[in-house]
Structures are given as structure tokens and as C-alpha cells.
Design a protein around this ligand. Structure first.
Ligand code: PLP
Length: 451
């Protein structure tokens, strides 16, 4: 593989035509692109014929691995039968109906309906508008601020980018918009000691109190929602401290603020349960999913609507109100067929249970291979999601200078050893999230390659 491609010609053509997301133009012009051509299982091959283990599953999404015939067959069959139709004005299609039923059977029992889009960003935008619409229907149009967390990643559209808390997503765009507020992210490694919090419980209480203060300062009747990833992904792979979401939930209940679980990364098994929110003790009113829903084979997002919000929407519709929101591709039949085939693989192969079963060995492999490296400050993980925080000094946790751009350099260097990992934006953290079918041997290769 690779021989049929002229890598140099592709790289040159890429340079002159393709505007890449999240890419420094000067770097791309100088270094040229890595051009991917073919993949199978956890392995991916570039146009020069070099093979890599994809320890990032693309962007946290190719959970069942590459080259699954059942998914591409389902896509081919559905696109021959009915490639597309819209779902506005109550029109429906068979794969989207079956998918909705399937998703509700997997989701927490309080979820009542599923709304579709194409990306994690649009799922977040939909959640924002659902919260606004919910409160407008309840006669509380002022209750519209949404609180998320510093360094959260909820997407890049104008609204979801406002919810995101990663500085580079805001800089140069003049966002966040006015409706968004941010509280501290839970960071046991760096932040908890600074707050003099010596137990996870104490830190959770501290952060819940910060949220309480913010809601009170803003005025509870102006705050509609709190949005959080159960395990923060792009912001550093940060599992919540013990008791965190229970404490947060108490505050939200006190002020009639709805909880949105952004499970765009964690949904469908990444942390070893179908939904991480349940396992973290969240009681969300909306659950947002995308990526792992189709394992990235086609773009699809699903927003689960819980009973409290759904019953307000149902009531409002009796007065003639319509949730005037939705996309050309909401309920896309071919994407739904891809999702059904993907979920069937996950169920049949027991991949969620498999992630839970191998999580310990996955972690142990990295503790052994890189845990002792002078540059490794902390390794954090939940299921098959891992963050490696790099430091200048392990004892003082001193950061490396930002100009070192260490995470990006390590990720680039790892490529030479046949391993694809991600250096998270604006940070010193390497993220790993291999496909669920990664083998023991591949885990060992990733760990030694990264070392
Ligand atoms: N939410 C979370 C938690 C994510 O990790 C991402 C993407 O990484 C998004 C939302 C945005 O998804 P998309 O890139 O599909 O718009």
C-alpha cells in the first residue's frame, strides 16, 4: 500500500489548495502534510507507505477501528435505497427511527427523545437553543446564561466555541459571546494543591462552592444551564474528582439550572460504560453525543432530551410553539444506517465491557514504559482515554516554557516510531485514545514508541 500514490505530488498539491483546520499555515507550508490513504484495525498508512498505530483513533472517534465492512456495506446499501431525505415537518425515515429507538434503549432511563445533527459543535449549539427555548416556554426569557468550564472543549461554532474554554478557540475571534460564563476546571494535579484542598472530596466541595458563588453573583434567574464533559478531553484528559458531579448537581438543583453532559468523546464506551455521565454520578437533562456514534465513518450527532425538558416542549407545542431549529442533515438516513451498524458491532463484540476489562492493563503499560521518565509529571486515564502531562521538573511540577511546544514536538517525534498521538492545543499534555480493538501487542508498541 502507498505505492499507488505519489506522496510528493499529493503533499505539493495539498500545500497549494487545502486550508487545514487548527493548523499553523507556516508550519504546514514548511513541513508538508501527512497524507493518509488507507487503514485497517488500529493501523493507518500514509501515501509514502509508512504505517502507524493510530493511538488517537483519529480525533477520539474511530472506536471500532478502521476497515469494518459491515459499516461500509450498511452505508452502501442505504445510500442505494434512500441516500437522503430530510426530517423537517414530521417527515421520517426508517434507519433514523430504528436508531432513535436503539439509542433510547441504551441511554439513561430519563431520556425521552433524540435530536440529530452532524457534529459535536452542532450538538452543543442545539443544547444552547434547547435551554433557551425551554426557559422561554416557561416564561423565563431572562434565564439564558450558560456556565461551562475553563479549558473545556465543546466545539468551534460561535455558540459552542463560546462554551469552550480553551484560550486559542477564543483568541482572534472576539468570543465568548455574552451568554457564556466559565468556572474552574477540576484539575487535581495542579489546581487542587493551590486551593489547599488535600482530598478529592474537599476539592469537589471547593469547586461546587465556586459554581454556587458564580450563580449567585450572576443571579440565578439569569442562569439556564451548566455544561460539562464527564471526563474532560481536549482540556487535559481530566477525570472528575470523587464527589464532584454530586456536589455540582446539588448546586444546580438549588437554582433550577439544567445540566448538559457533553459526551461527544465519552459516549458509547470510551471510558468503559455506554455513557460516562451515569458512571460519574451526573443526572443530565441533555446528553450530547457524536464521534463514537458512527465511529467517525460518517458525520452524525445525537442530542438526548430528558423528561423535564421534553415535557415543557410538549406542553409548549399545545400552544402552537415550534422548536424552529434543525439542519438539512438532521436524521440523515445513511448516517443513521452507519450508526446502527457501528452500535451492532459494539454490542456483538462486547466492546464496552472490553474497554472496562483492558483499562487497567492499558494504564499499567504506560506507567511501566514512561511513568519514570523525568519529563512525565502525571499520567491520567479513564478507560481507553489517557493524558500524559509533561513537565520541566517532576517534584515542583514546573512547566516547560510555552515556546518549547513540547506536546506537539513529542507527537511529531512519536510518528517516527510509528505511533500517532495528539499533543493537545495550548498545553503540555499528550492525549491517547486508541480504538477499542487495540491489541495488547499494539498497546506495548504505542507505549515504547511514545517513550
Ligand atoms: N464536545 C467535545 C467534548 C469534543 O471533544 C468535541 C471535539 O473534539 C466537540 C464537542 C466538537 O465536536 P466537532 O469537532 O464534531 O464539532
Amino acid at each position: 500500500v502507498g505505492q499507488e500514490f505519489d506522496n510528493a505530488a499529493l503533499v505539493s498539491s495539498d500545500r497549494g489548495s487545502f486550508f487545514h483546520p487548527f493548523t499553523a499555515i507556516a508550519d504546514q507550508q514548511a513541513n508538508g502534510a501527512l497524507v493518509m490513504v488507507e487503514a485497517k484495525g488500529s493501523r493507518i498508512i500514509d501515501a509514502s507507505g509508512k504505517e502507524f498505530i493510530d493511538a488517537a483513533a483519529g480525533l477520539w472517534c474511530v472506536n471500532v477501528g478502521y476497515g469494518r465492512r459491515e459499516i461500509s456495506d450498511a452505508i452502501a446499501a442505504q445510500s442505494q435505497k434512500l441516500p437522503y431525505f430530510h426530517s423537517f415537518n414530521g417527515i421520517s425515515n426508517e434507519p433514523s427511527i430504528r436508531l432513535s429507538e436503539k439509542l433510547l434503549s441504551l441511554a439513561p432511563k430519563s431520556m425521552r427523545r433524540v435530536f440529530y445533527g452532524s457534529s459535536g459543535s452542532d450538538a452543543n449549539d442545539t443544547a444552547v437553543k434547547m435551554l433557551w427555548y425551554y426557559n422561554i416556554c416557561r416564561g423565563k426569557p431572562e434565564k439564558r446564561k450558560i456556565i461551562s468550564r475553563d479549558y473545556a472543549y465543546h466545539g468551534v461554532s460561535v455558540a459552542s466555541g463560546s462554551l469552550s474554554g480553551i484560550p486559542m478557540v477564543h483568541q482572534n475571534f472576539g468570543i465568548p459571546l455574552d451568554f457564556a460564563r466559565h468556572v474552574s476546571r477540576p484539575d487535581l494535579y495542579r489546581d487542587a494543591p493551590l486551593r489547599q484542598c488535600h482530598t478529592e472530596e474537599a476539592y469537589s466541595a471547593y469547586l461546587a462552592n465556586e459554581l454556587d458563588q458564580m450563580i449567585r453573583a450572576e443571579g440565578a434567574d439569569t442562569v439556564a444551564g451548566f455544561v460539562a464533559e464527564p471526563v474532560m478531553g481536549t482540556g487535559g484528559v481530566l477525570p472528575p474528582p470523587r464527589g464532584y458531579f454530586q456536589e455540582i448537581q446539588k448546586v444546580l438543583n438549588l437554582y433550577d439550572v439544567r445540566l448538559v453532559a457533553d459526551e461527544v468523546i465519552t459516549g458509547y464506551g470510551r471510558t468503559g460504560t455506554w455513557f460516562a455521565s451515569e458512571a460519574c454520578g451526573m443526572k443530565p437533562d441533555l446528553i450530547l453525543t457524536a464521534k463514537g456514534l458512527t465511529s467517525g465513518y460518517l458525520p452524525l450527532s445525537a442530542v438526548f432530551v430528558g423528561d423535564q425538558i421534553w415535557s415543557v416542549f410538549e406542553e409548549a407545542s399545545k400552544d402552537g410553539r415550534v422548536f424552529a431549529h434543525g439542519f438539512t442533515y438532521s436524521g440523515h438516513p445513511t448516517c443513521a444506517a452507519a450508526a446502527l451498524a457501528n452500535l451492532e458491532i459494539i454490542e456483538r463484540e462486547g466492546l464496552v465491557e472490553h474497554v472496562a476489562a483492558i483499562a487497567g492493563d492499558f494504564r499499567a503499560a504506560f506507567d511501566a514504559a514512561i511513568g519514570g521518565c523525568a519529563i512525565v509529571g502525571e499520567i491520567r486515564s479513564a478507560g481507553l482515554m489517557m493524558g500524559v502531562e509533561l513537565v520541566a521538573d517532576r517534584d515542583t511540577k514546573a512547566k516547560l516554557p510555552a515556546t518549547a511546544k513540547i506536546a506537539g514536538r513529542v507527537a511529531t517525534a512519536a510518528r517516527r516510531h510509528g505511533v500517532l498521538v495528539r499533543g493537545l492545543p495550548n498545553s503540555d499534555i499528550i492525549a491517547l485514545s486508541p480504538p477499542f480493538i487495540v491489541t495488547e501487542e499494539e498497546i506495548a508498541l504505542i507505549a515504547t514508541g511514545l517513550r
